[in-house]
Design a protein around this ligand. Structure first.
Ligand code: GLP
Length: 255
C-alpha cells in the first residue's frame, strides 16, 4: 500500500491524473473504474486539460462507474450519469458506447447487477479503479457492515451518507434512499486501486483505512488486502495519521 501525501487538493488531483494518463499511454484500451462525489472532480479537470493539450487519447478507453442512485432519471442533475457527462465524458473523446454506469432505472435490478458484473468481465476487468471515501469510511455505496466479498447490488444508504449527500439536493427528503453499487469484492478485483481523499472531514476515515484493523464497519479498510493500492491524500485528510509517509512514490525517489 503506497500512501502519498500532497500539499493540497490541486496537487493531489494532478498526481492522480498523471497516474491515469500514464496508464492510458501504456495501454490505450485501458478499462477505467470511475467514481463520483466532489473528490475526483479535480482529477477529471486535469484529465480534460491533458486531453485538450493533445496529451491523452480516450478513444479506446472503456469505463465503468462504481455506483448510481436507484429511481433517479439519467437526466436528473444529481444522477451519477448526468454528473459524469457534465464533469468528464462530454469534454473528452471517449465513445458513448464505451462508458457504463449501473442502471438505476432497470425494471429488473438484480438481473441488471449481474449483467453489469458480466460486462466488466467481458471487457477484461478494470485496470485502474478510482475511489473516494465517505466520512463513515464507505467506498462507492458500500456502507458500514457491507460484506467484504460483495458484488454489484442494491444498498440502502446510511443516515450519515444521506446527510452528507443532502448538500447536493434541495432538501434531505429528496436524497434517494437506495443505490446500485459495485460490491467490495468487485472493487478488489481491479488491478490497481487509487483512493483519493481531501479535507479534514475525511481524516478520521483515512486514519482508520490506513492504520486501523480491517473491518466491515469501515469498508475502505479492505484496500489493505489489495496487492496494488495507492492512497493519495492532502495534508488535511492526513492529519490524523500516526505514521510517516512520503509525498512522491518511492520508485521516483529511488531514481
Ligand atoms: C458518495 C459516492 C462515493 C464517494 C462519496 C464521497 O457517497 N457514492 O463514491 O466516495 O460520496 O464523496 P465526496 O468525494 O463528495 O466526499
Amino acid at each position: 500500500m503506497e500512501v502519498i501525501i500532497k500539499e493540497n487538493y490541486e496537487e493531489l488531483s494532478k498526481f492522480a491524473a498523471s497516474m491515469i494518463s500514464e496508464q492510458i499511454e501504456k495501454k490505450p484500451d485501458t478499462v477505467l473504474g470511475l467514481a463520483t462525489g466532489s473528490t475526483p472532480l479535480g482529477t477529471y479537470r486535469e484529465l480534460i486539460k491533458l486531453y485538450k493539450e493533445n496529451k491523452i487519447d480516450f478513444s479506446k478507453v472503456v469505463s465503468f462507474n462504481l455506483d448510481e442512485y436507484v429511481n433517479l432519471l439519467p437526466e436528473h442533475e444529481q444522477s451519477y450519469q448526468y454528473f459524469m457527462k457534465e464533469n468528464f465524458f462530454n469534454h473528452i473523446n471517449i465513445i458513448p458506447e464505451n462508458y457504463f454506469l449501473p442502471d438505476g432505472m432497470a425494471k429488473n435490478i438484480p438481473q441488471s447487477c449481474v449483467e453489469y458484473e458480466n460486462n466488466i468481465e467481458a471487457h477484461g476487468g478494470i485496470d485502474i479503479q478510482i475511489l473516494g471515501i465517505g466520512s463513515n469510511g464507505h467506498i462507492a455505496f458500500n456502507e458500514p457492515g457491507s460484506s467484504l466479498g460483495s458484488r454489484t447490488r442494491v444498498k440502502t444508504l446510511s443516515k450519515s451518507t444521506i446527510e452528507d449527500n443532502s448538500r447536493f439536493f434541495e432538501n434531505i427528503d429528496e436524497v434517494p434512499r437506495y443505490a446500485i453499487t459495485m460490491g467490495i469484492g468487485t472493487i478488489l478485483d481491479s488491478r490497481l486501486l487509487i483512493l483519493l481523499a481531501s479535507g479534514e472531514n475525511k481524516a478520521e476515515a483515512i486514519a482508520k483505512t490506513i492504520e486501523g484493523p480491517i473491518t466491515a464497519m469501515v469498508p475502505a479498510t479492505v484496500v489493505q488486502l489489495h496487492p496494488k493500492v495507492t492512497i493519495v491524500i492532502d495534508t488535511e485528510a492526513a492529519s490524523k495519521l500516526k505514521g510517516k509517509y512520503l509525498s512522491e512514490p518511492a520508485k521516483l525517489l529511488l531514481n
